[in-house]
Ligand binder design. Sequence first.
Ligand SMILES: *[C@@H]1O[C@H](CO)[C@@H](O)[C@H](O)[C@H]1NC(C)=O
Ligand SMILES: *[C@@H]1O[C@H](CO)[C@@H](O)[C@H](O)[C@H]1NC(C)=O
Ligand SMILES: *[C@@H]1O[C@H](CO)[C@@H](O)[C@H](O)[C@H]1NC(C)=O
Ligand SMILES: *[C@@H]1O[C@H](CO)[C@@H](O)[C@H](O)[C@H]1NC(C)=O
Ligand SMILES: *[C@@H]1O[C@H](CO)[C@@H](O)[C@H](O)[C@H]1NC(C)=O
Ligand SMILES: *[C@@H]1O[C@H](CO)[C@@H](O)[C@H](O)[C@H]1NC(C)=O
Ligand SMILES: *[C@@H]1O[C@H](CO)[C@@H](O)[C@H](O)[C@H]1NC(C)=O
Ligand SMILES: *[C@@H]1O[C@H](CO)[C@@H](O)[C@H](O)[C@H]1NC(C)=O
Ligand SMILES: *[C@@H]1O[C@H](CO)[C@@H](O)[C@H](O)[C@H]1NC(C)=O
Length: 458
Amino acid sequence: MALCFPQILLWHLFTSAYELNFSGEFQIGDEIRPLDPQSVASVVQYGIYRSGRNYQATGYSFVYNQQYPNGLKNYTSGIIHRVLVTGLDPDTLYEYQCGDPSIPAMSDVHYFRTLRSTPGDYPSRVAVVGDLGLTYNTSTTISHMLANHPDLALFVGDLSFADLFLTNGTLSDCCSCSPLEETYQPRWDYWGRFMQILTASVPTMVIEGDHEIEKQADNQMFTAYTTRFAFPSDESGSTLYYSFNAGGIHFVMLGAYVAYDKSSDQYKWLENDLSNVNRSVTPWLIAAWHPPWYSTYKEHYREAECMRVEMEGLLYAHGVDIVFNGHVNAYERSNRVYNYTLDPCGPVHITVGSGGNEKNLTLEHADEPGNCPDPVSTPDRFMGGFCAFNFTSGPATGNFCWNEQPEYSAYRDSSFGYGVLEVKNQTHALWIWYRNQDSYWAGADVIYIVRQPDRCPC
Ligand SMILES: *[C@@H]1O[C@H](CO)[C@@H](O)[C@H](O)[C@H]1NC(C)=O
Ligand SMILES: *[C@@H]1O[C@H](CO)[C@@H](O)[C@H](O)[C@H]1NC(C)=O
Ligand SMILES: *[C@@H]1O[C@H](CO)[C@@H](O)[C@H](O)[C@H]1NC(C)=O
Ligand SMILES: *[C@@H]1O[C@H](CO)[C@@H](O)[C@H](O)[C@H]1NC(C)=O
Ligand SMILES: *[C@@H]1O[C@H](CO)[C@@H](O)[C@H](O)[C@H]1NC(C)=O
Ligand SMILES: *[C@@H]1O[C@H](CO)[C@@H](O)[C@H](O)[C@H]1NC(C)=O
Ligand SMILES: *[C@@H]1O[C@H](CO)[C@@H](O)[C@H](O)[C@H]1NC(C)=O
Ligand SMILES: *[C@@H]1O[C@H](CO)[C@@H](O)[C@H](O)[C@H]1NC(C)=O
Ligand SMILES: *[C@@H]1O[C@H](CO)[C@@H](O)[C@H](O)[C@H]1NC(C)=O
C-alpha cells in the first residue's frame, strides 16, 4: 500500500501526493543519495463518488535537498508527486487514489468535494489558521476544524516549524537565534502525514511565514515550502505571492519575506491583479499574509511596519474587506482601520496565529505598563527596514504604544484555535473565532462583517 499526502487546490485542480512510501523514504546524514524521481509514475485515479474511479491523470515527480556546508547532516526528500486534475464538476463529491498502478501500489481511497462555482456562490465555510506546528495543540485545532466541515482552508504561514529543530532532530532551545541555521526536514514529512486528515479532503491554500525561509547552502530559501505545496503561481510569477478566486471571493496571498516595495515585482503584480478584480463577479476581496500590521501584542509589535507603509494604500484603494494574518501566537480582531485611524472603508484585520506551534501562547500586550518595546528593536530580522515611528495623531500622539487597548483593537484573546468565515452573500459574512478549550460548535468571537459597497466604492 502506498501512502499519499495530497493537497487539494481549487475546484478545477488538485495536486497529489508527496512521498509515497513505495517511492522511498527521505534520507538524512552524511552520504545521502537523491532518489531518481523517474523511477515511479505519478498517477491519480478518480471519479465521482460511488461511480468508479474510471478517470486517470498523470503528473510529474521530483525530489529536493536541504544541504548545509558546515558539517551538519544533509537531507534529501522522498519522491514528491504532483498531478493536476482538470475538468472536474463544481460542487461534486469525488473519490480518488494516488500512486503507481503499474507496481501496483496505490493509496487509500480519499474523498473531496469541489467548491461551488456559479456566480453568487460562496464557499460556505473558509477555515483560517496560522502557526500550526505539530503539537498536541495542533492536533486539537485540526480535529475541531474538521468537526466544523470547512470547504476551504487557508494556512497563513508557519506550517511545520521544522526550522526550530536541529539536524539531529532535537528541538532547539534557542528559538530566537539569528538566523536559524539548521532545520530537521523530516518534521515536514511527519507534518504532511499528520495533515493528510485535512488536506486529502479539504482544498487548502498556504502562504509562507518566516519559518518557511529555511536558508540552506548556496543561500537557497523556501525550498521545502516551494516544493511540497502547489500554487497558482504561473499568473503571479512566484510561489511566494499569488491570487485565486473561490466562488465570489478573490483572495490575494502576499509575501512578507520577499520584496514588497513599490518598485518590486510583487507590488507591480498586486497592482495589476487588483485592478483586474471585477467586484460584480467577486464582491469579496480578502488578503492574507503572515506578520500582522495591526497587532497590539508585545511580541512582534509593529514588526511589519515597512510593509504596511508600502502596501496599505494600495489595498485600501481597492477596497480590501478582510485581512488574515498569523505570526503572533494569539488571536486579535481589529475594527475597520486605515493608517491607524478608524475608517468605515478600511479592512478588518484578523490575526489567527495560534494553531498550535512549537512555542507557547503570546500573553502580553504592548499597551500594558512596562511592555512597550524600544522602537529600534522592532523590525523583523528578515524583513529589515525601519518605519515604526511614534504616532503623530490620535490618543497615542508622541508615543510608540498606547496606554490602553487601542481603539482599532476590537477583541484579543490568548488561546489556541482557528477561525471560520461563513460568507452568506455579497454583503454579509459571519466570522467565528473558535478556541480549542471550547466545544467545537461554540464560537468565542462571533461577528458579522458587513460590506457597504454604496458607501465605500472602489
Ligand atoms: C514504508 O515501507 C517500509 C518497508 O516496507 C516500512 O518499514 C515503513 O514502515 C513504511 N513507512 C511508512 C511511513 O509506512
Ligand atoms: C552536505 O552538502 C554540502 C553541499 O553539497 C556539502 O558541502 C557537505 O559536505 C555535505 N555535508 C555532509 C555532512 O555530507
Ligand atoms: C496544549 O496541549 C497540551 C497537551 O495536550 C495541554 O495540556 C494544554 O492545556 C494545551 N494548551 C492550551 C492552552 O490549550
Ligand atoms: C543534538 O545536538 C544538540 C546540540 O549539539 C545536543 O545538545 C543534543 O543532545 C543532540 N541530540 C541528540 C539526540 O543527539
Ligand atoms: C464585470 O462582470 C460583469 C458580470 O459578469 C460584467 O457584466 C461586466 O462587464 C464586468 N465588468 C468589467 C469591467 O469587465
Ligand atoms: C498616515 O498617517 C501618517 C501620520 O499621521 C501620515 O504622515 C501619513 O501621510 C499617512 N499616510 C497616508 C497614506 O495617508
Ligand atoms: C506555556 O505557558 C503556560 C502558561 O503561562 C505555562 O504554564 C507552560 O509551562 C508554558 N509551556 C511551555 C512549553 O513553555
Ligand atoms: C517615542 O515614544 C516613546 C514612548 O512610547 C518615547 O520613549 C520616545 O522618546 C519617543 N521617541 C520620539 C522620537 O519621540
Ligand atoms: C445577506 O445575508 C444577511 C445575513 O444572512 C441577511 O441579513 C441579508 O438580508 C442578506 N442580504 C441580501 C441582499 O440577501
